[in-house]
Design a binder for this molecule. Structure first.
Ligand SMILES: Nc1ncnc2c1ncn2[C@@H]1O[C@H](COP(=O)(O)OP(=O)(O)OP(=O)(O)O)[C@@H](O)[C@H]1O
Ligand SMILES: [Mg+2]
Length: 430
């Protein structure tokens, strides 16, 4: 990285665990920047000034950045990116980490991404694209079950049905195309073959045709222990992911990362942000499940604490188009994050339950806030489905798990729920 001057004032956009982890990592920069966040949460507000501007209030965020003389904006969630926040900030002369709306389409339209992958012969499941019920149902019959039905647009993690039977797939087609449940996101859909294998994801910092791959990680998506029950935003994660051996990582880079970055650039998109590549490790090799265009949550909570390189320098270089030649230094430690949710999540759950955190925390452990707020008397209370993340760093994954769980047990909150088996898949591999 060339020695450019790093920005001295930064706005982080978002309010979840990912954003708290980003704020922490940026605060640790030797450049000692002033950081603000919008809208933030109770934990972020303990560390930096938070402003009550919603993450989808594009005009409000641009005005905030101007008023606060912000030199660099780091965007957490996908919605503001797809609404063109980066375009608007750049038009106002404010550098931003996070793609413009054209790049955010790689997450906001599963059809756009599928077409890009197929056109460039990047491994991904075969798929058909439909906007009418009858041809979609006919296609289902030709492919058989299990099969996957996906709403095209952003659906907050609810737009994908992995259907074990044709009947369930047909219901999903009707719900998305004929029903109103998915709004504009379901006007078109993808029907794709079901991939079998272990899932993993890769976070890649991209700047045009240059990129750096962040340390590997895996998350646990299901609510229940043993990876059972409904999907969630993620109940925990760990890094590194042993399943991604150095040889496999080389193959993923050669067959998927490099061709994807090139294909995106060739499509005329100057992508400067995180490309989150969801992968299925099938018996025939790695295959792309999806792209997201932002950091993962909770993957970020285990990946960033392992970086020995200044995150601010990396994100700034990417935003400035100066990423070429960047090498990351990574700590040998294992990181593990347990998500503390509110009982009932991902369906209905209470809000406003008081939270008491242990203090001081043992070394190597940190608590990240996700869905928290302060009530009128200043107490930290639950305010979302995923409430906290307990991240531990240790020389082994087993030690990291022991450290994290000791703290999970000390957290007091009436609606506390967490999985006891985060990392089990990896621990049982040894
Ligand atoms: N072709 C497929 N074969 C098997 N499983 C699949 C396939 N496509 C998706 N899935 C499963 O469904 C999940 C969600 O799919 P996908 O990642 O495309 O949707 P998403 O709603 O955008 O997810 P996210 O919230 O992680 O961004 C995947 O993590 C995977 O478990
Ligand atoms: Mg997605």
């Amino acid at each position: 990285m060339p020695p450019t001057t790093l920005p001295s004032s930064i706005l982080v956009v978002g309010s979840g665990g990912r954003e708290h982890a980003l704020v922490r990592a940026l605060l640790a920069s030797p450049a000692r920047p002033r950081i603000i966040c919008a809208p933030g949460n109770a934990g972020i507000a303990d560390e930096v000034a938070c402003f009550p501007v919603a993450a989808d209030d594009i005009a409000g965020l641009v005005a905030l950045a101007q008023r606060e003389k912000i030199e660099f904006v780091v965007v957490g969630p996908e919605v503001p990116l797809s609404l063109g926040l980066a375009d608007r900030l750049l038009a106002a002369g404010i550098p931003v980490y996070g793609p413009k709306a054209d790049g955010a389409r790689l997450e906001a339209s599963k059809i756009f991404t599928k077409q890009l992958l197929l056109k460039n012969k990047i491994p991904t499941a075969a798929a058909g694209i439909f906007s009418e019920v009858a041809p979609a149902l006919a296609y289902l019959k030709t492919r058989g079950a299990p099969i996957v039905v996906k709403a095209d647009g952003l659906a907050a993690g609810k737009g994908v049905v992995v259907a074990p039977t044709l009947a369930e797939a047909e219901t999903a087609v009707h719900d998305m195309l004929a029903g109103e449940k998915f709004g504009a996101a379901g006007r078109q859909l993808l029907i794709e073959d079901c991939l079998v294998g272990e899932e993993t994801s890769l976070l890649v910092v991209v700047s045009g045709r240059d990129y750096v791959i962040l340390p590997t990680s895996q998350d646990h998506k299901r609510i229940g222990e043993g990876d059972t029950g409904p999907n969630t935003g993620g109940m925990g994660a760990y890094s590194p992911a042993g399943v991604v051996t150095p040889a496999l990582l080389d193959r993923i880079e050669r067959e998927i990362v490099r061709p994807s970055v090139d294909a995106i650039a060739a499509a005329g998109i100057d992508f400067r942000g995180t490309l989150f590549i969801g992968l299925m490790l099938t018996p025939d090799g790695p295959s792309v499940i999806e792209f997201n265009t932002r950091f993962g949550d909770p993957e970020t909570q285990v990946v960033l604490p392992r970086l020995a390189t200044d995150l601010l320098a990396v994100l700034w270089a990417a935003a400035r188009g100066e990423l070429a030649g960047t090498q990351l230094a990574v700590k040998p430690d294992h990181a593990l994050c347990v998500v503390i949710a509110a009982k009932g999540y991902p369906e209905n759950y209470p809000k406003g339950d008081a939270i008491t955190l242990p203090s001081p925390l043992p070394s190597g452990v940190s608590i990240i806030h996700a869905g928290t707020a302060k009530n009128s008397s200043g107490r930290v209370v639950t305010h979302g489905g995923r409430v906290l993340g307990v991240t531990a760093l240790a020389p082994t994954l087993r030690a990291a798990a022991a450290r994290a769980y000791a703290v999970c047990d000390q957290i007091q909150c009436a609606s506390k729920y967490f999985r006891r088996d985060i990392g089990a898949r990896e621990l049982h591999r040894r």
